[in-house]
Design a protein around this ligand. Structure first.
Ligand code: MSP
Length: 517
């Protein structure tokens, strides 16, 4: 069993913004969850940057640097941002990587030889920000781009054209198949409608220099989308390392934003069919993160900087907010107030709170070592049942990519654990000197937190580790696998507790300031 997950590769015309970060974080959570299930060696997470094209050429020129120098600087910023955010891909691919460029030329040549690509005059209205010709029916008023609101430009060129029409029916059959390869399902319906009048696509540009040249006709460079989409193949060694490629392909999941669904659910499968390659198991189109109702993008000027957020509040606070607050698949809003409320309620109060409520008793009565008691009372069995239910719910939700629900299940268990503490009132047990029951209660709480920490670790790896290290469950978190999320699944586990301070301190609250005023 292997699992191969990819994200869209980002244009490098600006710095990474919250929308880019959202997608990479979501894919990172999925990859980490799969590593729990399958082991780290059997999961491959690919992300990177999309560096060619008119848009990049233009911003580099305006900045007075070469496109290559511009891209080096930007790609480094993206890489750094992902490191800071705990996003851990197995490869960060750049479309300017030599192995990728070589493969793109070979793919193009093959399609040309096969007659899937043909030379033709291609005219139309072009949006530089989308890097796409627009049909009349898709444009806003005055032939403006409906996504960017900027005017499209008339282009008329001798072009190479990819004959999507040859594969349309097979793409339709794939989209309609029981495997439901495109989700959410409303996106699939939308895409099937689009397929109806879908034109053949121009796949080369003559007016552009910054791109991969067509080997047979070096005046032309290969269209950015063909160059970009095929990163999913070069990233795992297509035409370079056959064994490696066979191991990972087909992709289990292409995670992309809703705005680029058609590229991934029409052009991409058509291209793969032309190359005689199996189609991906799933394309999932997530929604947008909006700030004040607007999609973030360099072109519209609305940008929230994920790097600043992570520096100020910690990567995991941002990760948690995005993954928990936004219904995965739908659009969601970012507001500072909702962020602070969510983080204070769920991370500062709930996550780690149970531990801190119990550490005092562990210190006072058990010298920070709480061994598994011989017997566990019915109340602890009830907590074990809650942990088992949370485990099932978490896994099931992850299987549907309902990332927000998967986290809801874990936080449900944390709620149960806090309620258990209230019910068992360890302070009263300590006072009454009932150390046997106190030990059972503490052990139950720690075991429940251990299970929660493993499940939470795919979303908030840093904070999960912080909790884990204070629990001291006698295992490295990095070596934990899905089997370890069974409550009391390992005989005689002893918790060797360490106190290092709150897992996540409260952050300054815009809401509270508002309340005071
Ligand atoms: N380079 C192309 C993708 C090529 S994939 C073979 C591209 N780049 S992009 O930088 O414009 O967008 C990269 C990803 O970020 C896309 O999946 C896009 O949907 C996503 N997002 C950009 N802004 C976003 C939000 N505001 N919210 C969520 N995701 C959004 O398209």
């Amino acid at each position: 069993m292997s699992y191969y997950v990819t994200t869209a590769i980002d244009y490098v015309n600006g710095r990474p913004h919250l929308g880019h970060a959202y997608e990479k974080i979501a894919a990172d959570m999925i990859a980490r969850h799969q590593r729990l299930l399958l082991g780290p060696g059997d999961v491959f997470y690919l992300t990177g940057t999309d560096e060619h094209g008119a848009k990049i050429e233009k911003v580099a020129r305006e900045a007075g640097v070469s496109p290559a120098a511009w891209c080096d600087e930007k790609a480094a910023q993206f890489k750094e941002a992902w490191e800071l955010l705990g996003v851990a891909p197995d490869r960060f691919i750049r479309t300017t990587d030599a192995d990728h460029e070589a493969m793109v030329q070979r793919i193009f040549s093959r399609l040309l030889q096969q007659g899937d690509i043909a030379k033709a005059r291609y005219e139309g209205w072009y949006c530089r920000s989308c890097e796409e010709f627009k049909l009349e029916r898709d444009m806003a008023e005055d032939r403006h781009c409906p996504v960017h609101g900027t005017p499209t430009e008339w282009q008329s060129e001798e072009n190479y054209v990819f004959l999507v029409s040859r594969y349309k029916e097979r793409v339709r059959a794939w989209l309609e198949s029981d495997a439901r390869p495109l989700e959410p399902d409303w996106r699939c319906r939308e895409t099937l409608n689009l397929l109806e009048g879908f034109p053949d696509v121009s796949v080369s540009r003559q007016s552009l220099k910054w791109g991969v040249p067509v080997a047979e006709d070096p005046d032309h460079v290969i269209y950015v989308w063909i160059d970009a989409l095929s990163n999913y193949l070069s990233g795992i060694g297509y035409m370079r390392d056959e064994a490696l490629f066979q191991y990972w392909w087909p992709a289990d999941l292409h995670l992309v934003g809703k705005d680029i669904t058609k590229f991934h659910a029409i052009i991409w499968p058509a291209l793969l069919l032309a190359l005689d390659l199996p189609l991906p198991r799933k394309v999932y189109a997530h929604g947008w993160v909006l700030v004040g109702q607007e999609k973030m993008s360099k072109s519209t000027g609305v940008v929230v900087d994920p790097v600043t957020m992570a520096r100020e509040y910690g990567a995991d606070a941002l990760r948690y907010y995005l993954l928990r607050e936004i219904v995965f698949g739908k659009d969601g809003e970012f507001t500072q107030e909702a962020f602070e409320n969510r983080v204070n309620a769920d991370l500062a109060n709930n996550f780690g709170n149970a531990l801190h409520r119990m550490l005092t008793f562990a210190e006072r009565h058990f010298e920070m070592r709480v061994a598994r008691p011989q017997d566990l009372p019915a109340e602890v069995s009830a907590l074990a049942a809650a942990a088992a239910a949370a485990r099932d719910a978490h896994r099931e939700a992850m299987g549907r990519l309902a990332l927000h629900e998967a986290l809801g299940a874990v936080w449900g268990l944390l709620d149960e654990t806090n309620l258990f503490i209230d019910r068992m009132a360890p302070w009263a047990l300590a006072k009454a000197g009932d150390l046997a029951l106190l030990q059972q209660v503490l052990w139950g709480v720690f075991e429940s937190l251990r299970v929660a920490a493993i499940m939470a670790s795919s979303a908030i790896p840093g904070l999960a580790l912080k909790l884990w290290e204070q629990l001291g469950p006698g295992q490295e978190l990095a070596s934990a696998r899905w089997e370890d999320t069974v409550f009391d699944g390992t005989p005689d586990r002893t918790f060797a507790l360490v106190r290092t301070g709150p897992v996540y301190p409260r952050i300054g609250v815009a809401a509270a300031k508002g309340a005071k005023a």
